[in-house]
Design a protein around this ligand. Structure first.
Ligand SMILES: NC(=O)c1ccc[n+]([C@@H]2O[C@H](COP(=O)([O-])OP(=O)(O)OC[C@H]3O[C@@H](n4cnc5c(N)ncnc54)[C@H](OP(=O)(O)O)[C@@H]3O)[C@@H](O)[C@H]2O)c1
Length: 245
């Protein structure tokens, strides 16, 4: 199957890394479903940007932790474009607190979006991805880096990594790959919000490549995993972070 016949769902496609994935996969010839939570305006901007370049896209609202909404998201992809070949599950939420000070309501909220959401999206992907397809989930490099203050968020991404590894094995015989991308600090709202300039500069200086990641850096990795060139990579966590250890 050539790329110009393939269909991708991108959760979190309205902003940040997901939005860059929409742009990149559309440029690679995919018809793209832009999943979003609240920013309909930005999701529609993403659709218009794809259409401007001659591509096909639609925007669909779905809370990733709501199984009915996510089933409807996949239904919409199948109705509009005939099937689903790639799911890039970029939707996610972060919170920063030490364990000692953690508000457990925040923990529940982050884990609902990041863990339940990943399971809900993975469940639909497992049921519906066509042969040759790919699911790309999102972890964080902090699973390895263990930055203080990232406990609730990073624990949720540890769960995503476990889910990813196990689903890759469960899909034996389906010709569908399941991998996680684990970015390091990447210049999006999720990373930048609430951080002062000094903190941002300190984190940007950490990788040997001495800068923050860009959403496009991460979208390139997703495009590789999603496409035929990356299809022999399966059941892996790709730490895309400029070399932070
Ligand atoms: N940026 C980083 O430094 C970094 C590092 C490591 C890992 N990551 C991971 O990379 C992924 C993308 O992050 P980002 O930095 O691009 O984040 P972002 O700029 O904050 O964008 C988050 C996206 O997720 C969507 N979203 C949030 N909650 C949702 C929900 N319940 N249901 C559906 N969509 C929801 C948002 O939709 P609306 O805008 O429509 O509300 C938005 O499109 C996340 O999984 C994040 O954990 C990011």
């Amino acid at each position: 199957m050539s790329n110009d016949e393939r269909v991708a769902i991108v959760t979190g496609g309205s902003r940040g890394i997901g939005s860059a994935i929409v742009t990149r996969l559309a440029a690679d010839g995919y018809a793209v479903v832009v999943g979003y939570a609240g920013r309909k305006d930005l999701a529609e901007d993403a659709v218009r940007a794809v259409e401007k370049t001659g591509g096909r896209a639609i925007a669909v609202q779905a809370d990733v932790a709501d199984e009915h909404a996510v089933a409807a998201l996949f239904d919409a992809a199948e109705a509009a474009f005939g099937g689903v070949d790639v799911v890039a599950h970029a939707a996610g939420k972060a919170s920063w607190s030490t364990v000692a000070d953690l508000d457990l309501a925040v923990l529940d909220d982050v884990h609902r979006t990041n863990i339940r959401g990943a399971f809900v999206v993975a469940q639909q992907a497992a049921r519906r991805l066509r042969p040759g397809g790919a699911l790309v989930t999102f972890s964080t490099s902090v699973v390895g880096l263990a930055f203080p203050g990232y406990g609730a968020y990073t624990a949720s991404k540890g769960a995503v990594e476990a889910l990813t590894m196990i689903l890759a094995r469960e899909l034996r015989g389906r010709d569908v790959t399941v991998n996680a991308v684990a970015p390091g600090p990447t210049a999006t709202d999720l990373f930048l919000d609430g951080k002062d300039e000094e903190t941002i500069a300190r984190l940007a200086a950490q990788p040997p490549l001495e800068r923050l990641g860009t959403p496009a850096d991460i979208a390139d990795v997703v495009a590789f995993l999603a496409g035929p060139s990356g299809h022999w990579v399966n059941g892996q966590v790709i730490r895309a972070n400029g070399g932070i250890i």
